[in-house]
Design a protein around this ligand. Sequence first.
Ligand code: ZN
Length: 149
Amino acid sequence: MEQVMATKMRCINCGAEMYAGGICESCDWRQGWLPVAQASGGSTTFVAEQRHGFIATSIFLATLVGLIGFVAGIASGSAGGAFFGLLVAVAGVAAWVKTHMGRLWIGLAPGDKAAAWPGVLAGGFIAIVAIPITLFCIAILKAATPQVR
Ligand SMILES: [Zn+2]
């Protein structure tokens, strides 16, 4: 794991070493920006990174399901379930903070990206697992609902 505080990273635009969260001294790039065009003079135009929908959704799911798992674990007296839920929720919150609510990803410093991965992965996994389960539940509910004559 890399150090979290005052991490150094390479500018994604020009490769110069810079502080994560700071501004690149040689080309003015900063996290959350993407280089779009390079003028012949060497100056670069930047646009803000778009919110990453899949990443934001995954992090949201991880946080939500983690919290539900935590509460359900406590309610059912399952220490393991509560602990696991808390773990997932904490990973989700960490990912929110690191990615600035899903706005930062491409320009993230490697250490911050590593810290955000568990939340994104957990959420992505939940999304993949939740879709078939939801479809299955709907099918069961439909089959169990008495037919209206
Ligand atoms: Zn730069």
